[in-house]
Design a protein around this ligand. Structure first.
Ligand SMILES: [Cu+2]
Length: 238
């Protein structure tokens, strides 16, 4: 290769890397529910006097919607993730732990996402005994008693799994869910139903949403020139 050709190759490589940076894009969308929403149920915490005395009544978070219009409501607590279409290679590790608190005799947050190998830090902010019992099938069992004032307990999932249920054996109403993935392309909706998943190259992706009672829905979205939009709607009939 002469010098002139090698210069051209270098220039092409530079253009290529600039282009691939420029097209790393984002999938945005909203998850909604069409129909009459299930009312949030008040949970009886009478089984543990500390729970029933130490906080206001708690509502279950199995079905969470925001303010709706024309019978369509944005949904919270939806785990949204890219199921296929992304490049199969190791992605940079997560920065920092996922923290799940046991607070007011409920898990905060109720739905979250974690990377394989990411530290998951369980806290107990309550003046009572909890235990963290992970029911995941793909990672080693985890079942740790956490009395009041216990130091945080650390854990790391070893393999992808959507979703892992975690429960407290002392308080049967306490459960939460973690979506475990070996890539960073996931989000959890708030009550506005919106999600944004960044860092994707142009291409076509299958996105799946998970809802605790209604299950999963999938959609296909194409990211072009750095952006793609996908709205997902649950209905009672799902
Ligand atoms: Cu508990």
């Amino acid at each position: 290769m002469n010098l002139k050709t090698s210069g051209a190759v270098v220039a092409l490589c530079l253009v290529g890397s600039i282009l691939s940076t420029a097209v790393a894009g984002t999938i945005e969308g909203t998850v909604t529910y069409k129909g009459k929403p299930r009312p949030a149920k008040t949970i009886s915490t009478d089984a543990d006097p500390v729970c029933s005395m130490s906080h206001e009544a708690i509502k279950d978070e199995k079905f969470v919607v925001g303010e709706g219009t024309d019978g369509v409501y944005p949904m919270g607590n939806i785990f949204v993730y890219v199921k296929s279409g992304y490049a199969e290679h190791p992605y940079p590790a997560a920065t920092g732990p996922l923290v799940i608190d046991q607070k007011g005799c409920t898990y905060v947050p109720h739905v979250s996402g974690a990377r394989v190998g990411q530290e998951v830090e369980f806290k107990n902010s309550d003046p009572t005994m909890h235990n963290v019992h992970s029911l995941g099938k793909n990672s080693p069992a985890f079942n740790r008693g956490m009395p009041a004032g216990a130091p945080n307990a650390g854990y790391a999932f070893k393999a992808p799994e959507v979703m892992v249920k975690i429960k407290c054996d002392a308080h049967p109403w306490m459960s939460c869910y973690v979506g475990v993935l070996d890539h960073p392309f996931f989000a959890v909706t708030e009550t506005d139903g919106k999600f944004s998943i960044a860092g994707l190259d142009d291409g076509t992706y299958v996105v799946e949403t998970w809802q605790e009672l209604l299950g999963t829905l999938t959609g296909s979205v194409t990211v072009k020139d750095g952006s793609g939009t996908l709205d997902i709607q649950y209905t009672r009939d799902k």
